[in-house]
Design a protein around this ligand. Structure first.
Ligand code: ATP
Ligand code: MG
Length: 284
């Protein structure tokens, strides 16, 4: 028995999804037609699908779990469980209008036509705001709808905003933020749940290791208390005596983000020979 994971076949989520699996030390043998992949090191099967179909496959139990954008999860509104946010493929769903329009508030959309590939999310938003607008559902190239006269406004994915700018549009309402997430079927068997928990543990480990470095440095013994205060580590730093009398070597874990902030302080406290080494896995 294996856990069946649905990921996007090709598109913005594919590479990161495969990278996540690879970082968990799970190798996938890709089938010739690349519809299904199997792993030999973990009871995992991969189904390659269009991202739109992933929530449905997971809700139906054809796939046990899936990696998909929150935007698709909300739009499809299927009976699935959100298991873990993954922090990649971040974007937002926003309303945008031609840039020269005078926009005072969401009432602007009353009586207007809005082109989108996300009618369900848009309808909920408009209802909540009490706006009556026509939704023109199209499956792609939403951003050109105003210039070809299909709609007055659009509701679409925005990340940097450059697509809007090049189509002379401006973002006027952010409706939701999105990122990739793992969803699961609501009735996983106990065995499959255990496989999922195992996978989640690996993902957690990979994510916690990211950005953490192993740091070693030498310091005079009388400066140890100040230096240790700067370097909390996992539990507490390891201190080993150097052969040279009066000196110690300190080993600990530090996050890259903190590193440049404390390096000067370490040096003013007499630290020398500072080595920073990558960590492959870190289990708390
Ligand atoms: P498919 O052919 O599988 O239906 P698609 O064209 O619908 O693919 P993509 O453009 O590959 O979808 O985007 C997949 C997901 O990636 C989106 O649903 C969204 O969650 C996220 N995404 C889309 N655009 C961006 C972006 N510019 N930056 C970051 N994430 C994005
Ligand atoms: Mg799609």
């Amino acid at each position: 028995m294996s856990l069946r994971l649905a990921i996007q076949k090709s598109g913005r989520l594919s590479e990161k999804s495969l990278e996540l699996i690879a970082e968990c030390d799970i190798k996938i043998d890709q089938g010739k037609r690349k519809l299904i992949g199997v792993s030999n090191d973990y009871p995992l099967e991969i189904l390659y699908l269009r991202d739109d179909d992933i929530p449905q496959y997971v809700a139906d139990g054809v796939a046990d779990i899936g990696i998909v954008g929150e935007n698709e999860v909300m739009e499809k509104d299927k009976n699935v469980k959100i298991v873990k946010r993954l922090g990649f493929s971040k974007c937002r769903l926003s309303l945008a209008i031609p840039k020269d329009e005078d926009y005072q508030g969401v009432e602007w959309f009353n009586g207007k036509r809005i082109a989108t590939s996300y009618p369900h999310i848009l309808k909920n938003f408009l209802n909540e705001k009490g706006i009556k607008a026509d939704i023109e559902e199209i499956s792609g190239s939403v951003e050109i709808a105003p210039s070809i006269g299909l709609a007055e406004g659009i509701f679409d994915i925005v990340s940097s905003g450059s697509t809007l700018v090049s189509n002379r549009l401006k973002e006027v309402e952010i409706v939701m933020q999105s990122e990739a997430m793992i969803i699961s079927s609501k009735n996983l068997s106990a065995e499959k749940q255990a496989l999922l928990d195992g996978l989640l543990f690996r993902i957690q480990t990979v994510q916690e290791s990211k950005g953490n470095k192993y740091i070693l440095l030498n310091a005079p013994n009388d400066k140890l208390p100040e230096i240790i205060k700067l370097l909390p580590g996992m539990k507490s730093p390891t201190i080993l005596p150097l052969h040279l009398e009066g000196w110690s070597s300190i080993h600990t874990v530090i996050n890259e983000k903190e590193f440049w902030g404390i390096i000067d302080k370490l040096k003013t406290h007499g630290a020398e020979g500072i080595l920073v080494i990558p960590i492959e896995k870190m289990i708390k």
